[in-house]
Design a protein around this ligand. Structure first.
Ligand SMILES: [Zn+2]
Length: 294
């Protein structure tokens, strides 16, 4: 399945109908499928996936910065679909702080998170928003936050097709709900898989859950989906089962580098060795500080 990039879509949308029809991406937008928006580095290279029915759409994850959420909203509007639902897959700010921007643009849409995840968000989202938005220049982040509704069902329907919300599993945080769309042979792995970026390891190190993360990867790999959309990547990176290999390789590299390092400086150097080009560099300082607390 072809995945449109943010730039392709905006270019196509800007070109308008006639010119847009010449672009393969626009032809694809008329069919059922998925479109993925990958943010810029300032948005932490986070993926949001739009699941397209014929007339309606469901969005998985809502971006970090207001700017990226606004571009995602333009992409959804350009698809011509009515956005019905937004699922937030886990508690991390880069997947939810953009939500108000999307709800302003699509007020009919309902935002959800799995019950346990929603319960945590209800407690922490205000503090998280205050800390992050309060320390950034005005306009970088939405000026308010929205707690999604609790979703106890294990699926969302889109035009008669089931979108399976998998039970919470460990990835870069304790509770993540990947999304499986059997009718599209597509799995949205969200932050159980990354490719071409550093991984967010802070909580995993603090809670000693690398093993649990590895188990989740194998569980998702076993689904055998042809298209696998990771939580973070560079625009244009792979979206198939190779994202699992990339994540396992990073975890292996991380554990080996940690075992071979005596202090933070050594660990940082080893972690970056051969991986200087990876995105999401923001994660490095936090990984190092978690593994070798000052
Ligand atoms: Zn993330």
């Amino acid at each position: 399945m072809e995945i449109m990039t943010r730039r392709t879509i905006l270019k196509a949308a800007a070109a308008g109908g006639a010119a847009g029809a010449l672009l393969p991406g626009m032809a694809h937008a008329a069919a059922k499928g998925t479109e993925v928006f990958t943010s810029d580095e300032a948005g932490l290279l986070v993926d949001s996936t739009v699941i397209l029915g014929e007339k309606s759409a469901v969005l998985i994850d809502a971006q970090f910065t207001a700017g990226n959420a606004g571009l995602l909203a333009e992409m959804i509007a350009a698809s011509g679909r009515t956005l019905e639902s937004i699922l937030i897959t886990h508690i991390h700010p880069d997947h939810i702080l953009g939500l108000p921007v999307l709800l302003d643009r699509f007020p009919q849409a309902k935002a959800y998170a799995q019950t346990d995840i929603q319960g945590i968000l209800a407690q922490i989202l205000g503090g998280m928003h205050g800390q992050i938005a309060g320390n950034a220049p005005a306009g970088v982040f939405a000026d308010r936050f929205v707690v999604p509704e609790a979703l106890s069902a294990d699926h969302i329907m889109l035009e008669g097709e089931r979108i399976e919300i998998l039970p919470p599993m460990a990835g870069d945080t304790a509770l993540i709900t990947p999304v499986h769309i059997p009718s599209l042979n597509t799995l949205i792995a969200t932050d159980v898989a990354y490719i071409d970026t550093h991984l967010w390891m802070e909580e995993v190190v603090q809670n000693n859950t690398i093993g649990a993360w590895r188990a989740s990867i194998e569980q998702l790999r076993g689904i055998g989906a042809a298209t696998v959309i990771p939580g973070h990547r560079k625009s244009g990176s792979a979206n198939d089962a190779s994202v699992f290999d990339a994540t396992v390789a990073y975890l292996d590299h991380f554990e080996a580098a940690r075992a071979a390092s005596a202090n933070a400086e050594e660990f940082r150097a080893k972690l970056l060795e051969g991986r200087e080009d990876l995105g999401f560099g923001f994660a490095i300082d936090r990984s190092v500080a978690a593994a070798f607390p000052a």
